[in-house]
Design a protein around this ligand. Structure first.
Ligand code: AMP
Length: 315
C-alpha cells in the first residue's frame, strides 16, 4: 500500500492504473476509520481491481462553530486499518494541497442542500460537493463508494454526478452498526460513557417510527403501539389511529420522548421523506397508494451533549 500526499502524484498513478486497464474503486473519507469505512473498502475490492482511499478532513464542510479542529484524527491507526483491509493507495493531502489560498469555486446542489442537515449546516453540502468533485477529478475512479449512513449526502452526490455528467458510478452501501444498533461514526468517540448509553435512543426511535409506518402500510387505519420496540421504556408512544392523521403528531411525540433523556440536548430533525427525491412525506398512506413500491426514508439528527449524530432507516 502506498501513501500519497500530492495531487500530481495520485493523478499520475490513476492515469497509469487506467492505462493498465484497472477498474478503480474510490472510497472518500475523513479518516478515523471504523468498520463502516472498512465495509466500503471491502465493496470496492470486490468490484474493482484497485482501491484508492482518501483521508482528508475537509474544512469547507464545517461551519465556523463546528468541530473541524477537534475532529478525531489518527493517521497511523488509519494506515494500519487500511493496509489490513487491502487498500492499494491512500490519498492523504493537507489542506493547502486541496485548497490554494485563492480558491473561489464551490459546487451547489439547489434545494436538496437546504433541507434536513442542510437546514442546520448551511454551507455543509457545498463543501461536501466541492471536495468530492475535486477528488473525482483528481482520482478519476470508475466507481465511488458512499455509506447510506449519510443518506442526504449520498442523494446529493448522485444528483451532482447526474446533473454534471460526471460519468462515475456511485454505489450506496448499508449502514454498519454496533451490536446494540448505534450507527458507527467517527464522532461516537466524543461520547462519554453515559452519553454512549443514551445514544441508542436514536436507532430505537427510528425503529419505532419504522414499525409505525409498516403498520400503516400493511393495515391502513389500524391502531398500533410503538411501545414494544423500546426495551428500557425510554420511549412510550401510544398507538394512534393513523387513518385520520398525517405524521405530524407522531413526529412531535417521538421528538418529545427523545428529549426526555437528560443527555439529549437537541433534536435537529426527525423526518419522513421519499427515499428517491427526499421530498417530505405528510401521509404514508397516500404515499404508498401513489407509489406501491416507494420507499420511505426516516432520518434523524440528534445532539447528545455537544455531539451531533445522524442516522436513518429506509423502509
Ligand atoms: P466520513 O469519514 O464520516 O466522512 O465517512 C466516509 C464514508 O463512510 C461516507 O460515505 C459515510 O457515509 C461512510 N460511513 C460512515 N459511517 C458509516 C457506517 N456506520 N456504515 C456505513 N458507511 C459509513
Amino acid at each position: 500500500m502506498k501513501i500519497i500526499t500530492k495531487i500530481k502524484d495520485i493523478n499520475e498513478i490513476s492515469i497509469a492504473l487506467r492505462e493498465e486497464k484497472n477498474r478503480i474503486g474510490f472510497v472518500p473519507t475523513m479518516g478515523y476509520l471504523h468498520k463502516g469505512h472498512i465495509s466500503l473498502i471491502e465493496k470496492s475490492k470486490k468490484h474493482c481491481t484497485k482501491t484508492i482511499l482518501s483521508i482528508f478532513v475537509n474544512p469547507a464542510q464545517f461551519g465556523p462553530e463546528e468541530d473541524f479542529k477537534k475532529y478525531p484524527r489518527d493517521i497511523k491507526r488509519d494506515i494500519k486499518m487500511a493496509e489490513e483491509a487491502g487498500v492499494d493507495y491512500i490519498f492523504n493531502p493537507d489542506v493547502r494541497e486541496m485548497y490554494k489560498a485563492d480558491h473561489k469555486t464551490f459546487v451547489e446542489i439547489r434545494d436538496l442542500k437546504d433541507i434536513m442537515c442542510g437546514k442546520f449546516r448551511p454551507a455543509h453540502f457545498d463543501g461536501v460537493c466541492t471536495i468530492v468533485l475535486k477528488l473525482f477529478n483528481i482520482i478519476r475512479p470508475h466507481r465511488a463508494y458512499f455509506g447510506q449512513k449519510d443518506y442526504q449526502q449520498l442523494a446529493i452526490i448522485k444528483k451532482m454526478v447526474k446533473d454534471l455528467n460526471i460519468g462515475i458510478e456511485i454505489i450506496g452501501c448499508p449502514i454498519i452498526r454496533e451490536p446494540d444498533g448505534l450507527a458507527l461514526s467517527s464522532r461516537n468517540k466524543y461520547l462519554s460513557h453515559e452519553e454512549r448509553a443514551s445514544a441508542i435512543i436514536i436507532y430505537k426511535s427510528l425503529r419505532a417510527a419504522a414499525e409505525y409506518i409498516k403498520g400503516h402500510k400493511n393495515k391502513y387505519g389500524e391502531t398500533i403501539s410503538a411501545n414494544k420496540f423500546f426495551s428500557k421504556e425510554k420511549i412510550k408512544i401510544q398507538g394512534k389511529n393513523i387513518k385520520d392523521q398525517g405524521l405530524k403528531e407522531f413526529q412531535s411525540e417521538i421528538i418529545n420522548k427523545i428529549l426526555e433523556d437528560k443527555n439529549i440536548s437537541k433534536v435537529d430533525y426527525f423526518e419522513f421523506r421519499d427515499s428517491n427525491n427526499l421530498e417530505e412525506i405528510k401521509n404514508p398512506g397516500i404515499f404508498y397508494s401513489n407509489q406501491p413500491n416507494g420507499k420511505i426514508l426516516i432520518a434523524a439528527a440528534v445532539w447528545i451533549g455537544d455531539t451531533r449524530l445522524i442516522d436513518n432507516i429506509v423502509i
